[in-house]
Design a protein around this ligand. Sequence first.
Ligand code: HDE
Length: 709
Amino acid sequence: MSAIVEKAVNATIGDAKQRQLEPFRLEGNDKTPLTTYWGAKIADTDHALKAGPRGSTLLEDFHNREKISHFDHERIPERVVHARGAGAFGEFKLHTPLTGLTTAKILTDTSKITPAYVRFSTVGGSRGSADSVRDPRGFAARLYTDEGNWDIVGNNIPIFFIQEAIKFPDLVHAVKPEPHNEIPQAQTAHDNAWDFMGLHPQSTAMQMWILSDRAIPRSYRMMQGFGVHTFRLINAEGKSTFVKYHWTPHLGTHSLVWDEALKLAGQDPDFHRRDLWDAIEAGAYPKWELGVQLVNEEDEHKFDFDLLDATKIIPEDIVPVKNIGTLTLNANPVDFFTEVEQVAFCTQHIVPGMDFTSDPLLAGRNFSYHDTQISRLGINFGDIPVNRPVCPFMTNQQDGQMAMWGKKNRTRYHPNRFDAVPVTAPEKGGFQHFAEVMAGVKERLNGPKFNEYVNQATLFYNSMSEAEKEHMVSAAQFELSKCGDSIVHQNAIARFALIDHDFAVKVAQEFPHVKLPEPSKPNHGNKSSFLSQITGKTQTFTAAGRKVAIYLLPGFEYSQIASAVAAFEAASIMVKYVGPATGEIKSSSGQSVVAEFTFENSRSTYFDAIVFVGGSGDDYAKKLKVGRLIHAVREAYMHLKAIGATGNAVKWLTSVCLPGDVEYQGGVTLSNGVVLAEDVGTGAEFAEKFIDGVSKHRVWDRVVSHIAA
Ligand code: HDE
């Protein structure tokens, strides 16, 4: 049981000592003898009870029946969306209080360390689907505050496809595998998805975000998170301030390249789950800053978009993000099912000092999450340890399936003659909704600014670097190329033409049958300086937390890597050795290194950068013609990764793997982002150049010839 779950169990009913069931909750562990669910020790779990060795199986064998029956009921419904995910525990520490803006202690008390939990996910795929697909990622954070659980159920993209919750079933039915053949799994690259998006103006801006690199993150550790909606903070006087929440990763926001993402879906479908798990196990705890964008109540209408419209950002150029606290994930779950599959986030889990706005998408979510938990986990889903608050709690709710909480209150109603389970006045911390003035005609409409869909799609596109724009063109071509219906191509490209005509023209090159509409309105030319992952103002570039593979080529010399490895580790790089076999591998001078991967069982896609360590000897380049290794070099080169080579691996790399692309000019040479040193010497210059390459994430200006491709 993780520490947080344990704390939650102990906090139940406020006074753990009162719990009647305490003596019965002895924990088993893997040294406890096998028993039935009811505690009787089992002598044989491999053979069913039979009438003689070849006789029929007997019904009285309760262990056999219990074992099989429990197995039959192991599955619960997966989440309708966000079924595939991974979670971790951690803590949140506020460093900059929002004094005067809210009464919530989590946002005002800097002395407190608050337990936290995050579940990351993809949206469209089933529970067993691949991690690296093109999709928004869920970023659902729970802070177990002293005043109740606060869930920020967000995504890694700051806007959404739709403005109205009532459209969510349409969106999800369009994006999910097509109903007649259940194809394709976990992708938007199909007719129904682009049919819906092409015909649905609300999704215009989100289309650009999902075509961008944001939809193929390098790691959960390298993703931003966004609350998406505008929420409210409420102070002691009942005054409200609008707020948008941002999580900014200390490791920067970085992505895979598409070819890598496609390959990883097969080579390591657990790529993101494994990355998070490994980093936490290695003590490389991922961290995020919680940031807020604050807007005064009086300024609600000063923007050219509506704050209640979840398809719009508040550009940071207009309202800066103020970082107020740090989230650290530092513990993996102990049991995936009870702590990740059964974690039940709800957007309506907020604490006093906060409130919702009338965002119609949020209103629907505030209904949907509780509703969906009932069907997945049952009405008492709050009794599951990972879902319990860590503060004292008591309700008058009772009974229902799987009630696990022995409540002591004899009156489950209010008021009662004992004044038991009293309510708390707002001045003393009882939740109070913001006294928002509301009046209106009952109608199915949104505010007028909701009807403008294109400006921010264009703003996003304009804000990208050239490389990112090219990725978006290729992504659109790929997605639409998987659609068979020409009307789908036509409508989608017509929508792109509204965003940026030139973008549409480029995408349409692969769809000559599409009739491009005449440019209706020129691109407004506005940019935000915060949206690009390459040139964005608040972007972080660091080698910390990156996985670097060191390939130990036959006859490698230890002296050619020892100092570089020390420098890599000092830069918090995770070093992984790849050899001809796993286990201990001896260098030509006798020192041994332990290889975790083999040339054959690993791919360059597993790593952020790769180094080839050679030895001495002239005929080496001719001899080392291992296809898997040559491919690793060319693939990493094509994926714009930092590459290094030492000793005679330099000659091999320049003459066999990348002739014409990379040239060695003596000493420590940097050629097209490849660091080469026949003799690394002290290793300092080699390591410095290589680490610099790793920290830049990709060599964006690399020339990639036909050899590499
Ligand atoms: Fe969700 N969403 N959603 N969603 N969502 C669910 O709740 C829903 C939306 C998000 O790791 C479901 O527990 C509606 C926006 C995340 O457990 C369900 C609407 C954003 C997760 C549901 C939205 C999200 C979910 C499925 C339109 C980003 C995973 C299982 C109004 C801000 C949480 C579940 C986890 C999960 C409904 C739109 C994020 C069905 C009706 C916008 C991260 O209740």
